[in-house]
Design a protein around this ligand. Structure first.
Ligand code: ADP
Length: 584
């Protein structure tokens, strides 16, 4: 029940109870007071009648009594010492002698004994309740006056009703004042309660400062509590936001599970990795369909220990899965982290392959050199044999040097430490220079080098590095070209770019191998490359050098139809279009 209605009911009951008990007490008191007054009055009247009757002749006495009774609104009776009634104003004189003997009436007995007596009782003569007052006269007779109880009640009721009305009015006033006062007290509390409920529901409200001092103190205390709660909520919200941001921005997939292995929370990366948009609320087995991943969760929750495994999936994907069970007592039972380590794994495997490849590439020349040295020492070869062996050692040493130079070059280019001196380089000049450099190689195989194309093409490039690119490509073309055939170098240009292409009519490159030939040590067919020695690093160097020049390498080649490599770089005709200085 609301405080206000409670006070209203309370004051209502209180006012009604007060009115009822006051009226009861007042009725009794008034009745006594009225009776006392009636008694006093009749006592006085009896005295008057007694005095007045002394001078009245006996034959006039009855008339005197009847007149007095009318005036005084009472009944007057005269009773002889024996109890016989001689006069009674309520009966006709003729009926008086038939009246019952009154000697045994209580007021008469009392008057005879003590001089005065009274009683209150039912009158057989009048058929009603009456008050009787008797007085013993000096001649031994008893004079009696009586009034009807109803007469006394009539007198009473006048006072009674006005007193009752006063009491009721006072109680109504008490009720009205009480409820008004309680309202003054309860209304600020009701408003406080309303404001507190609004705050609890999250609405931005201030607590009203009104009502009595105590209520104001309560409001101030509530306001302080609200401010401190708001500060705590703000802090909690800031922390929640920070946690949420960290959670969302983590590069790893993160999932929090409950004890039934349902997803409580998962970040975006997790959803993306497992390929389910909203995993929250779903069972883990429903969300993580990858058996190998699910098993890590199972194993960890079964053993109750943190478990970490590297899981290999289809499409060469490699994930590191870490599951940590959480201590009991919270909603969350375990946290899982999925990290995509595919690139890391690939790099690691490339590093392993690279070391194996380098070792392999070095082992062959070293073995040849070692064998030649052994023969020189032990077999005492003749002059021509000795020369051959020395030439073999020189060739193999040169091959090793070439390999090491290429490796160093590649390492330098890959690390981004290459300083480019960009300048406009006329492509035709560059092609002529590279053709001259490799003229001896070409003539050994009877290969002709044809230079054609845009004589004005110019690129923005580091001349020395671009020569290295062209040399590697032309070297390959000569190497793979059929003997006696022609290798073509064509200067090219287009809007914003310039470059060249190198083509031959050699075995070409199968479509599937086109990307791979740019990897270090990759050779399309090792047996075919045996006849044409190379380090397997040339195209890797080409690719990286073109990249640092912001250019592209294209291949047009089919197996058995020859190959064409096209290099495009930013044009450098006026020497202005070149990007300045440094690339990496
Ligand atoms: P290599 O030192 O073996 O020539 P490269 O990196 O220059 O190493 O070339 C990688 C592989 O690409 C070669 O071994 C060869 O299989 C293939 N290749 C390169 N250029 C040509 C070409 N012009 N014709 C056919 N195959 C080529």
């Amino acid at each position: 029940m609301r405080l206000r209605s409670l006070f209203t009911v309370l004051f209502g009951v209180l006012a009604a109870a007060t009115a009822f008990s006051l009226i009861l007490v007042m009725d009794a008191t008034l009745q006594r007071a009225v009776e006392d007054r009636v008694t006093e009055r009749i006592e006085r009247e009896i005295d008057h009648v007694e005095q007045d009757m002394r001078g009245i002749a006996p034959e006039n006495l009855d008339a005197f009594f009847r007149r007095s009774a009318r005036e005084l609104a009472c009944r007057i009776t005269l009773i002889l010492p024996g109890g016989r009634v001689t006069n009674d104003t309520d009966l006709r004189p003729a009926d008086v002698p038939q009246m019952e003997n009154h000697a045994r009436r209580p007021e008469v007995i009392e008057a005879r004994r003590s001089g005065r007596g009274d009683s209150r009782r039912f009158s057989a003569t009048e058929q009603e309740n009456r008050f009787y007052f008797a007085r013993l006269l000096p001649d031994g007779n008893v004079l009696r006056l009586s009034v009807a109880a109803s007469h006394v009640r009539e007198l009473e009721s006048g006072y009674l009703w006005s007193a009752r009305a006063a009491v009721i009015l006072a109680c109504v006033l008490l009720f009205v004042i009480g409820t008004a006062a309680s309202r003054r007290f309860s209304e600020p509390i009701a408003r406080l309660t309303e404001a507190a409920s609004a705050i609890a529901a999250g609405l931005p409200r201030d607590l009203p400062r009104e009502g009595g001092q105590e209520v104001q103190l309560l409001a101030a205390a509530l306001q302080r509590m609200k401010d401190s709660l708001a500060r705590s909520a703000e802090r909690a919200e800031a922390e929640r936001r920070l946690t949420a941001q960290v959670f969302e921005k983590l590069p790893d997939g993160l999932v929090v599970l409950d004890s039934r292995l349902h997803v409580l929370e998962a970040n975006e990366r997790f959803a993306q990795m497992i390929g389910i948009a909203t995993p929250a609320g779903r069972a883990l087995y429903d969300v993580v369909r990858l058996r190998a991943v699910y098993e890590v969760f199972e194993a960890s929750l079964k053993s109750g220990e943190g478990t970490e495994r590297t899981v290999r999936l289809a499409d060469e994907l490699v994930w590191q899965v870490l599951v940590v069970p959480l201590p009991a007592g919270s909603r969350a039972a375990a946290v899982g982290v999925l990290r995509d380590v595919t690139r890391l794994e690939r790099t690691e495997s490339m590093r392993r392959t690279f070391v194996a490849d380098v070792s392999h590439e070095l082992r062959t020349p070293i073995a040849s050199i070692a064998a030649a040295a052994e023969t020189l020492e032990e077999a005492a070869p003749d002059e021509s044999e000795r020369r051959e062996l020395v030439q073999l050692i020189q060739r193999q040493s040169a091959r090793m040097k070439e390999l090491i130079d290429d490796l160093m070059d590649l390492a330098q280019i890959e690390s981004g430490a290459v300083e480019l001196l960009l300048e406009p380089v006329p492509v035709a000049d560059l092609l002529r220079e590279v053709a001259q450099d490799l003229a001896a190689n070409a003539s050994r195989r009877g290969v002709r080098i044809a230079i054609t194309g845009d004589a004005n093409a110019s690129v923005a490039a580091d001349r020395r590095r671009l020569l290295q690119v062209a040399r590697n490509l032309l070297d390959n073309a000569i190497k793979f070209s059929p003997e006696g055939d022609t290798v073509r170098l064509v200067a090219e240009s287009g809007p914003g770019w310039a470059g060249f292409s190198v083509s031959d009519n050699g075995p070409g490159i199968p479509r599937a191998e086109r990307e791979k030939i740019f990897q270090r040590f990759y050779q399309v067919d090792r047996s075919r490359s045996k006849a044409r020695p190379g380090t397997g690093l040339g195209l890797a160097i080409v690719k990286h050098l073109v990249q640092v020049h912001h250019g592209t390498v294209e291949i047009e080649a089919e197996a058995g139809r020859g190959s064409l490599f096209r290099i495009r770089l930013p044009a450098g005709r006026d020497g202005n279009t070149a990007a300045p200085g440094h690339a990496g």
